[in-house]
Design a protein around this ligand. Structure first.
Ligand code: ADP
Ligand code: GN1
Ligand code: MG
Length: 367
């Protein structure tokens, strides 16, 4: 993503209806895709108000207008379901009534109310916190269960189409544009051994065993805001990828990120493992939040979702490494490769714990 100057951010912020004078502008958050800024405003009454200003990464999202339209529709739907205040993202329009602002350089900005007295975590502090995050994403799925799927744009084509991700990986290996293939033969073999697995969920869908639903598609722990004090879930954020998808992948991506005992980019692979206590807590929270909307076959496929999202994400990091690190923000050369290795180690841990994961979800099958 292009570097953005503070002047550019301030100029964009001034286009929105913020109800006061801008007194602060700081880079914020730890996401891999968008540019996020915290904007502080002083109101005429002397109080301060805070906002989140984001640039939509145009290198990733080919059509930012569609991203905004999806988010507007989904948040409006959630408002109608009775969510308000800190429980749902609130879009702030521009002074001329648009939900986004395009600056003269072609960057697309959007503004949200800042969710005050909240935290978002990169690591689950306790099983209870992880349960809360599972509950929030399960509830999100349940609230949207009667959302008209056809009204949503596919903001990123084939986002969690794992066989297609596999094809993309193969072509990155084939092209080897940066001469990196010889350094990652072990990782390439790792993916090849799991080629058949890549199609398991797509096949289950084709056989009518796994429905398409409105899903979040990026259910990392740091995409849910928790109340700062009570640590109860408040609001699901980062709605750019809300699209039709599989519930088990929403479950799975959360496990990939949150039930790992190490960070997503941990270099010491002996620290990477699957925390089964966290797995159980998330399963319980997610299914409680879903409150009966998932069928038994979906519940049985939750472990497949966890392994699929971990394998797919590792494959995506590896593909980006082979293609010169253009998709995910990276902090150093080889960052994507470290992320990939940590994901692949976690896949192995899931394979070792396969029976435990299956037994855990089996408890929730409705007889
Ligand atoms: P990315 O796609 O880059 O992950 P996010 O939408 O997740 O972008 O935002 C990045 C970070 O900014 C979040 O992890 C969170 O800390 C913070 N954030 C985003 N929206 C809000 C909000 N409305 N209120 C408070 N913090 C927010
Ligand atoms: C990106 O935007 P962020 O940091 O929440 C990515 C996810 C990956 C994740 C890996 C739009 O999520 O798909 O799983 O990084 N988002 C997009 O950490 O590609
Ligand atoms: Mg995020």
């Amino acid at each position: 993503m292009r570097a953005i100057s503070i002047e550019q951010v301030l100029c964009a912020a001034a286009q929105f209806d913020l109800g006061g004078i801008i007194v602060g502008c700081n880079i914020y958050g730890s996401g891999h895709i968008n540019g996020t800024n915290l904007i502080t405003v002083q109101t005429p009454q002397g109080s301060t108000k805070r906002y989140i200003l984001q640039t939509i990464n145009g290198d990733v999202f080919p059509n930012p207008e569609q991203v905004i339209e999806n988010i507007a529709k989904v948040t409006e739907f959630l408002h109608k379901k009775g969510l308000s205040g800190r429980r749902v993202l609130n879009i702030i329009p521009t002074r001329d009534g648009h939900l986004r602002y395009w600056d003269t350089s072609g960057l697309c900005f959007r503004m949200y109310d800042f969710i005050e007295s909240s935290v978002c975590l990169d690591k689950a502090e306790s099983p209870e916190v992880f349960y809360q995050s599972g509950f929030a994403f399960g509830e999100f799925q349940r609230y949207l269960t009667d959302f008209p799927v056809d009204e949503l744009h596919e903001t990123l084509a084939d986002f969690h189409n794992t066989p297609k991700r596999f094809e993309d990986f193969l072509s990155a290996v084939e092209q080897d544009r940066f001469g990196r293939v010889s350094m990652v033969q072990k990782e390439i073999d790792f993916v090849h051994k799991r080629m058949a697995f890549c199609s398991v969920l797509v096949n289950a869908h084709a056989q009518g065993r796994l429905p398409l639903r409105v899903t979040h598609n990026d259910t990392k722990l740091n995409n849910v805001m928790l109340d700062e004090k009570s640590r109860k879930a408040l609001c699901v954020i980062d709605l750019d990828t809300v699209m039709p998808g599989f519930s088990v992948n929403d479950f799975g991506d959360a496990i990939r990120f949150g039930a790992n005992t190490a960070a997503e980019d941990e270099r010491d692979l002996s620290k990477v493992s699957l925390d089964m206590e966290l797995f159980e807590a998330y399963t319980k929270g997610f299914l409680k939040g879903c409150d009966g909307i998932l069928g038994n076959e979906e519940i049985r496929l939750l472990p497949e979702g966890a392994k699929m999202m971990t394998l797919e994400c590792g494959m995506r990091f590896l593909t980006d490494y082979l293609q010169g690190d253009t998709y995910f923000k990276t902090a150093y050369e080889g960052h994507n490769l470290d992320r990939c290795r940590a994901q692949f180690r976690l896949v192995e841990c899931m394979e070792e714990h396969w029976r435990d994961m299956k037994n855990c979800v089996e408890k929730y099958i409705q007889k």
